[in-house]
Design a protein. Structure first.
Length: 251
């Protein structure tokens, strides 16, 4: 009887030791995970505005779920608006002729940040990470390159000779204005709406359950795959490569 009682006491002691060790381990794990992620303090909006004296750029690189408005003007202006805590984490700088706007770290953010830009001309914009943007007022352009990724949404109203656009990751582009030629790469359940941007020539590569709607007068080259759809208006000469349950349709 004494042997079994001694063994029972030893087992209980081991269980307590094991439980204590597990509890300590879980505590350290929780502390480590907390250190890996920054979380915004809860609370009402602490509104703030900030202006940046940056000039001589014609390219944009902006990410991290900003709400962006880019307008043509005879001068340069960069203004951000939103919660003070978000603005404290902002990086706004020039790299060559590119204006870069981003947060210096990942964080779950409760309040939206607005970025307002005025610039005389634009040649390229790279927007990522669920940005919502408007580009408007630009005309007499030679070439514009646009890239949207990570569920970004943009309304683009320009007049240009050549417009190149790349959409991925469930992004959406609403194109307006006028262009001589459009070259579009659309993938990953993205969508390009270009009925309001009449073009003379269009080259499209649409894949991954994506959709493109265009107005084209002379020539349309379309490569469509992966259950994607291209819908066009106009009477162009068509060169098509359609596969994987995709379709090319006239509106």
């Amino acid at each position: 009887m004494g042997f079994w009682l001694s063994k029972y006491k030893t087992t209980r002691k081991d269980m307590k030791t094991s439980f204590l060790r597990n509890t300590i381990a879980i505590g350290f794990l929780a502390i480590s995970l907390t250190a890996c992620f920054d979380y915004e303090d809860e609370g009402p909006l602490q509104y703030e505005e900030e202006r940046f004296t940056l000039t001589d750029f014609d390219r944009l690189e902006i990410g991290d779920a900003f709400i962006i408005r880019v307008t043509e003007g005879s001068y340069f202006s960069v203004e951000v608006r939103g919660d003070r805590r978000n603005l404290d984490d902002l990086e706004v700088y020039k790299s060559g002729n590119t204006l870069v706007v981003r947060y210096d770290r990942y964080e779950s953010r409760k309040h939206e940040t607005y970025v307002d830009i005025v610039m005389p001309s634009i040649s390229a914009a790279v927007f990522s990470g669920a940005t919502n943007s408007v580009i408007t007022g630009f005309d007499d352009l030679e070439l514009v390159n646009i890239s949207l990724s990570g569920a970004s949404v943009s309304q683009i109203d320009v007049e240009t000779v050549q417009l190149n656009i790349n959409l991925s990751g469930a992004s959406v582009a609403d194109l307006r204005g006028q262009a001589l030629s459009l070259d579009a790469e659309v993938s990953g359940a993205s969508s390009i709406k270009a009925f309001s941007l009449p073009v003379t020539n269009a080259t499209l590569n649409v894949s991954g359950a994506s959709v493109a709607k265009i107005t084209v007068s002379d020539n349309l080259v379309a490569t469509i795959s992966g259950a994607s759809t291209v819908i066009y208006r106009g009477n162009p000469v068509i060169s098509e490569d359609v596969s994987g349950g995709s379709s090319l349709q006239r509106d």
